[in-house]
Design a protein around this ligand. Structure first.
Ligand code: NAP
Length: 496
C-alpha cells in the first residue's frame, strides 16, 4: 500500500493534497502536527480511502509542541470521527499507548519509533520493543546517512515477517530512497509517499504517482529483480525513467532504483548482494573495479566500469560507454582513417580514445590539465596537444569528453568557436541535449551529434544486459525526450 502523507500546512492545501493524490494512493495519513488548526472531521471525511491520524510530538521529530493531553485528545477525536488507524510513538506514555491498543478493534494502532539524527541502530532490540507493544502494525523510521543503512529497514521487515506482524520500515533522506521503493519486495505492509505537490512529511519521500506508475512499487514481489544506479550525486540521473519504463513495457518483474552512495565499501558489502545488477556513474566508475570478480579486456584497458551484472553469484563489470560513444559517432561517419580530437582526459575520454583507436581513428588528446592529457596519450599511444594550441591542429572529428557545458553552466564551451568550421562535432554532455558547443558548431556549418545518442546507446546495452531483451532505441528516445521536456518545464532536477 502507498500511504500519502497530508501535511498542509493550511487546511486548503491539505484538502488539495488529498484531491491531487487520490488517484495514486491507497491510504492517507493526516499529519495533524503539520496542518495548522486542523479540522479533523473535515479532513477525515474528504476521502473514502482508509486514513491514519498522526500527531507527531516535537520530542519525536514532529511538529506538535503543545501539551501531551491535547495531543492525545486530537488522536481520540480522530478515532471518534472514523480514522482507521492512529499512529502513536513507542515512547509515548505507556498507559496511553496501552489504552489505545486495548480499544484497537475500533481504530487500529500503529506503534512507531522515529530516529531522525542518523544514530546507530540496534534493529533487533527496537523490533522486540515494538513487537511487545501489542500494536496491530509496527513502524520504524530512521535517517540514513548512507545507502548501506537501508539494510536496517530490510532487517526490521524480515523480523516482522518471522512473527507475521504487519510492519513499515523506512530509511529517510536521499540515501534511504530505495527503502521506500522496495518496501514490498522485503515484506513491508506499506510505504509512505509525498503528495503530488511534492510536500512530503519526511526527507526523501518520493511522490505517490512516481512510486505507483514509474516504480510500480505495489506490484513487487519477493522474486522482483532489483537493479539500479550507484553514484553521488544522482539527482540528474535519467536511468530510473528509461529502465523502469522499459521494464514495464517488456513486462519484466524488475525495478531500477537510485542508490546514492557515500561509502562504496559498505554499499558493496551490505547492498550489492541484494541486487541483480547496477549501473555505475561518477565518482565510482574506477573505484568499483577492485570489488568485481571479472572484467573483460577492454574494460581492464580503459580502467573504468559503467555496468555490473551478477552472473552465477559473481559480479561481472563492463564498460558500455566506449562502444556507445563510437556507435553514436559512426552513425554519422565512419571513423577509420579520420583524425579525431578528444577534449578531456577523464574516464569518458579514456573510453572514447581507446575505442576510437581500436576502430582505426587517429586520436589526438587535449585537456585543461595538460599533464593528464600527456599521460593518457602515452598509455594508449596517441598524440596530444595543449588546449591553447588546438586551433593549430588539424582534425575531422571533435569530441567533447569533459563536463563543460553541462547544467548548470550551460553557457560554457570547452573550445573556441573558430576551430569548428565544417567539422563533425560530438558532445558527450546530454543535459542539456543542445549544448553551447553544439550550437556553436551548428552556426559554423558543422555536423553535430548529441550526447543523448551515446546515452541511449549505453542505456540500451545495459537494459539488454539486465533483461536479455533488446529495447528499441526509438522508444527510448521518446521516453527520454518526454522526461527532459517535463524537467525543462519545471526548470528543476527530479527531487529525491
Ligand atoms: P571525469 O573523469 O571527472 O573527467 C572530467 C573531465 O572534464 C576532465 O578531463 C576535466 O579536466 C574536464 N573538466 C571538468 N571541468 C572542466 C572545466 N571547467 N574546464 C575544462 N575542463 C574541465 O568525468 P567523466 O566520467 O569523464 O565524465 C565527463 C562527462 O561525460 C560528464 O559530463 C558526464 O556526464 C559525461 N558522460 C556522458 C555519457 C553519455 O552517455 N552521454 C556517458 C558518460 C559520461 P581536468 O583533467 O583538467 O580536471
Amino acid at each position: 500500500m502507498i500511504i500519502v502523507s497530508v501535511t498542509g500546512p493550511s487546511m486548503k492545501e491539505a484538502l488539495a493534497q488529498v484531491a491531487g493524490s487520490a488517484r495514486y494512493t491507497d491510504m492517507f495519513e493526516f499529519r495533524l502536527d503539520m496542518i495548522e488548526r486542523p479540522n479533523i472531521a473535515h479532513l477525515l471525511s474528504s476521502t473514502k480511502k482508509p486514513t491514519i491520524a498522526t500527531c507527531r510530538p516535537d520530542w519525536e521529530d514532529g511538529g506538535f509542541s503543545g501539551r501531551e493531553r491535547e495531543r492525545i485528545e486530537m488522536l481520540e477525536i480522530a478515532s471518534v470521527f472514523g480514522a482507521h488507524y492512529i499512529d502513536i510513538e513507542l515512547n509515548a506514555n505507556a498507559r496511553i499507548v496501552h489504552e489505545f491498543i486495548r480499544r484497537q478493534n475500533v481504530t487500529k494502532v500503529i506503534i512507531s519509533r522515529h530516529l531522525p539524527y542518523g544514530k546507530p541502530l540496534n534493529v533487533s532490540k527496537l523490533y522486540s520493543k515494538l513487537h511487545a507493544s501489542g500494536a496491530d502494525i509496527v513502524k520504524l523510521a530512521f535517517l540514513a546517512t548512507d545507502t548501506s543503512e537501508i539494510r536496517h529497514a530490510f532487517d526490521f521487515l524480515a523480523l516482522a515477517k518471522l512473527h507475521r506482524r504487519k510492519a513499515i520500515a523506512v530509511a529517510m533522506g536521499e540515501y534511504g530512497e530505495p527503502s521506500r521503493v522496495l518496501y514490498k519486495k522485503f515484506g513491508g505492509w506499506a510505504t509512505y509517499a509525498a503528495s503530488e505537490d511534492g510536500k512530503g512529511a519526511a526527507q526523501g519521500q518520493v511522490c505517490a504517482s512516481q512510486l505507483k506508475e514509474l516504480y510500480r512499487a505495489n506490484s513487487h514481489r519477493n522474486s522482483t529483480k532489483v537493479f539500479g544506479v550507484i553514484g553521488n550525486p544522482l539527482a540528474q540521473s535519467k536511468g530510473i525513467y528509461i529502465h523502469n519504463s522499459l521494464f514495464a513495457r517488456a513486462r519484466k518483474n524488475s525495478v531500477y532504483c537510485r542508490f546514492a552512495v557515500a561509502n562504496l565499501r559498505k554499499f558493496m558489502k551490505h547492498i550489492a548482494p541484494l541486487l541483480n545488477g547496477f549501473s555505475v556513474t561518477i565518482p565510482f566508475k574506477e573505484k568499483v573495479l577492485p570489488y568485481l570478480d571479472y572484467v573483460d579486456s577492454t574494460t581492464k584497458a580503459i580502467g573504468a566500469v559503467n555496468t555490473v551484472i551478477r552472473r552465477d553469484g559473481k559480479l561481472v563489470g563492463s564498460n558500455k560507454d566506449a562502444s556507445a560513444a563510437l556507435d553514436a559517432v559512426e552513425r554519422a561517419v565512419n571513423v577509420r582513417g579520420r583524425k579525431m580530437l578528444v577534449v578531456g582526459a577523464g574516464g569518458t575520454a579514456r573510453a572514447i580514445a581507446y575505442e576510437a583507436k581500436k576502430r582505426g581513428a587517429h586520436v589526438l588528446i587535449t585537456n585543461r590539465t595538460q599533464r593528464k592529457a600527456k599521460k593518457l596519450a602515452k598509455k594508449f599511444g596517441l598524440g596530444h596537444v595543449k588546449l591553447a594550441d588546438v586551433g593549430r591542429s588539424t582534425f575531422d572529428i571533435l569530441v567533447n569528453a569533459t563536463s563543460v557545458g553541462m547544467v548548470p553552466r550551460v553557457d560554457e564551451s570547452p573550445v573556441p568557436v573558430e576551430i569548428l568550421d565544417d567539422k563533425i562535432v560530438f558532445d558527450v554532455v546530454y543535459d542539456p541535449p543542445m549544448t553551447k558547443l553544439l550550437r556553436d558548431a551548428k552556426s559554423r556549418g558543422a555536423r553535430i551529434i548529441q550526447g543523448t545518442e551515446m546515452y541511449l546507446n549505453q542505456a540500451a546495452m545495459q537494459f539488454e544486459t539486465y533483461s536479455h531483451t533488446k529495447p528499441k532505441i526509438e522508444v527510448m528516445r521518446r521516453i527520454l525526450a518526454h522526461h527532459m521536456e517535463g524537467m525543462s518545464r519545471k526548470h528543476q532536477a527530479p527531487s529525491f
